[in-house]
Design a protein around this ligand. Sequence first.
Ligand code: SAH
Ligand code: F3S
Length: 489
Amino acid sequence: MPNFVKLNEDEVKALEKNPTQYNGEVLEQPQTEGSRKLYIESYGCQMNFSDSEIVASILSKEGFSTTTSLEDADLVLVNTCSIREKAEQTVRKRLEHFNHAKKNKPSMKVGVLGCMAERLKHQFLEEEKIVDMVVGPDAYKDLPNLVAEIDEGRDAVNVILSKEETYGDVSPVRLNSNGVTAFVSITRGCDNMCTFCVVPFTRGRERSRDPKSILEEVDALAQQGYKEVTLLGQNVDSYLWYGGGLKKDFDKASEMQKATAVNFAQLLSMVAKAHPHVRIRFSTSNPQDMTLDVIDAMAAHENICKYIHLPVQSGSNRILKKMNRLHTREEYMALIDNILERIPDCAISQDMIAGFPTETEEDHQDTLSLMEYVKYDFGFMFAYSERPGTLAAKKMEDDVPLETKKRRLSEIIHLQQKHGLYRMEQFVGKTVEILIEGDSKKSSDQWMGRNSQNAVAVFPKGDEKVGDTVMVYIEDCTSATLIGRRSID
Ligand code: SAH
Ligand code: F3S
């Protein structure tokens, strides 16, 4: 899942220069107490950021407190992303930097977590001599043992993928938190096997988390004053709880289990009903699994935000098929029509891949024309990057020249910017409800918050505070930001 940040102009330029680069990486600023110091850095999707909070929680019980200063760290962990080659290169560069820090402090240990750990396994220890520990996304509960191993001077590796693990029983330590918005993971892994995607290999088969533990986590967040919760999964619409186990084994469940199973639409309604004053978001939806029940649940609950991240990857039926995306362009358009019929002001965003193997100019034009049809509010756009082990890497030649990929990507980005601006302009002259998340990036005299549609708004500070929901009159906008003032009504 991409981070929910909209590209600003500089980022768009950087992306155009280096199409596989954008990765939404953020340093965390943790804040817990303990005697040994843990420095943790996360890359890639929201799930990784959420996992780092689980890791911090598990290690806090081992006496680790988190620090933002690398020099102070006894243990350095980097939670990695494999989604595109560039993401892996970024991590390797960071490891060089950690190597430097380790020279000044030889007792410092370095561990690699997440998707790169899972993909490269023991190979990591050979390729990157400074790495002491390699831990895959399902093995974080083994961290106390693995840390004990490295304390004794041995390398430690656990990359076993699980059928059960959801970390439902771990209360995350909130890292780098604004105290207003938080992530709650509801599924792990993915069964979809899109041919370009490394996630099913690095995060394993799909399993859902007990709705009871999800509700408990949301309760705890609400009690701590959080105002917005994003339910996370690689493919949230495929959520299915029937007492535990893999999604693919549901057929083997008992009649009783089947009768009491909870699907995503039901989960969404349960969470929304339990906390009518907390905003609920979710990500990511795969069009092939999104049902009308989910849209109905959104329409029925005021506090479920009117925003759906609905990656399509390509507008060409031929390419969708080669990607193993199990819907057509026409079915996708019908889904968009259904969403807008039930929720006319729903915002929709996309992920697109430019230059998938065999993509022709005609396929690319299909992507642009689909974008014209939807006029997405936001977009996360990437040049195809071949990932070892995927079906596309095994069966298809990466045959679209880099220059062509870059040019197509830049056309997609420019069209998205035009549509983003068009969508933002629809709010100008209107009063919208904004949840204040903190200071605006540009000025501490201004607040930054989002409306239900996930559009960022800035406005001059008054007597409000972070976490307040206020009505803001939108006077102007850019393609990324609404500019407003507190409405006097
Ligand atoms: N279902 C996931 C998708 C994770 S990957 C989710 O929750 O968002 C996020 C996006 O990265 C994908 O939608 C796709 O657009 C992009 N991506 C994945 N593999 C890629 C590859 N090999 N090359 C380029 N982009 C890729
Ligand atoms: Fe990847 Fe497709 Fe799953 S993009 S995460 S295999 S839905």
